[in-house]
Design a binder for this molecule. Structure first.
Ligand SMILES: Nc1nc2c(ncn2[C@@H]2O[C@H](COP(=O)(O)OP(=O)(O)O)[C@@H](O)[C@H]2O)c(=O)[nH]1
Ligand SMILES: [Mg+2]
Length: 382
């Protein structure tokens, strides 16, 4: 074996040096094109090396064997907006689907600064120690605007990122909310096929990210803080109704007593809310990601939830509903796109809008005219 490359473990046993897939070992310097690099290429920009697209089978075998580099590349493929990549990505996904579904999917939401990333790091490390394989995904529909996504968090998950059994992936960026949702859901499936048995999904953006993440996980955890005074009143009831547990974080030091009081307050409110999951009572808990207190207990809650809902069939039922509603969400998004890009619709839209706001035609009539325009010859590309 050459010392600059090595054969990945999933490569066919009989493959010789001509087998295309090899893993390069790292280089000391000069690979980044920076002037202070040590090697001969210093000062010159590094040549752009275009990586060959792997075959569907190479992706599939790589992911199934738990090869992290191939998993990352498969996710990049899923996230690509290029039509050619889309086809291959969907084929890879189809082959991997029978190997998905065996994890527990946990969503974690809460305002920025609540301590989600710190909690995920503490919990993730713990789960790894217990022999689990943990994948952490971030979902940020607003990343379409800010791009940067969970950059700040990456430093906070430093310890978890070093664990060989952990895999951390920032939010995809995309033109649409539907795009981020599809990419995140498919990434989750790839991680499952790669053998990750715990998937932790952090919501990063605000607003729509909560319902987006709720629609792709089994257990939904709402992380809250104390000490913000009237935060209970400000808390959206809607978000509390999505949660399978409410976790009051930073229950340490001076804050511990306040956290216990807050817990009682939340319990009182929960009493009047409809539970998010049939047959499961949502409760409030306290924890500190700093001291580790309460982290094991909250995971016990997740385990109990899994046992209860798997026993009652609610677990599987929810996943089926989630998949179907995902299908129709994508259909709706596609149809909406067709409608608003339709040349007939575009031609008449402004005029019809004027008439309806000036009260000359009814809203229903405006709809009829727009739909008729949409259904007319010349509007469809087919
Ligand atoms: N005292 C205390 N501070 C915490 C705890 N968890 C997180 N923090 C701090 O809260 C801040 C925000 O945490 P972060 O995990 O980035 O929050 P996120 O925006 O919800 O992901 C950081 O400065 C953390 O160090 C905790 O349990 N106790
Ligand atoms: Mg965070």
């Amino acid at each position: 074996m050459s010392h600059s490359t090595y054969k990945p473990e999933w490569a066919p046993k009989k493959s010789d040096d001509a087998f295309a897939c090899r893993v390069m070992t790292g280089v000391d310097g000069g690979h980044d094109g920076m002037p202070d690099s040590k090697t001969a290429s210093a000062g010159k920009p590094a040549p752009v090396v275009r990586r060959r697209i792997l075959s569907v089978d190479e992706y599939v075998q790589g992911v199934l064997s738990g090869n992290r580099m191939i998993l990352s590349r498969a996710i990049t493929l899923i996230e690509s907006n290029a039509p050619a990549h889309f086809e291959i990505a969907q084929q890879v996904l189809k082959e991997l689907l029978p190997h998905t579904g065996k994890s527990v999917r946990v969503g974690i939401t809460g305002v920025p600064g609540a301590g989600k990333s710190t909690f995920i790091e503490a919990l993730g490390c713990r789960l790894c120690e217990q022999g689990n394989k943990v994948a952490v995904l971030a979902v940020d529909p607003s990343s379409t605007v800010t791009k940067g996504s969970i950059l700040g968090d990456k430093t906070r998950m430093e310890i978890l990122a070093k664990q060989p059994q952990a895999f951390i992936r920032p939010s995809p960026s995309s033109g649409t909310l539907g795009g981020v949702t599809r990419k995140s859901r498919e990434t989750l499936l790839l991680c499952e096929a790669a053998g990750f048995d715990v998937i932790l999904v952090e919501t990063v953006g605000v607003g729509q990210s909560e319902t987006t993440v709720r629609s792709m996980v089994d257990f939904f955890l709402l992380m809250v803080l104390t000490g913000a005074g009237d935060e209970l009143q400000g808390m959206k009831k809607g978000v509390m109704e999505l949660a399978d547990a409410i976790l009051i974080n930073k229950a340490d030091g001076d804050n511990k007593q306040r956290a216990l009081v807050a817990r009682a307050d939340y319990e009182r409110i929960l009493h009047y809310l409809r539970p998010a999951t049939e047959g499961w009572a949502t409760h409030a808990y306290t924890c500190s990601s700093l001291t580790g207190e309460g982290i094991a207990d909250i995971w016990d809650v997740v385990e109990k939830f899994r046992q209860a809902t798997q026993g009652s069939g609610v677990f599987t039922g929810r996943r089926r509903k989630q998949t179907l509603s995902w299908v129709y969400t994508m259909v709706e998004e596609h149809l909406r796109g067709l409608f608003f890009q339709n040349p007939n619709v575009l031609a008449l839209k402004a005029g019809i809008e004027n008439q309806v706001v000036e009260g000359r035609i009814s809203a229903t009539m405006a709809v009829q005219q727009l739909i008729r325009a949409f259904e007319q010859e010349g509007g469809h590309s087919k």
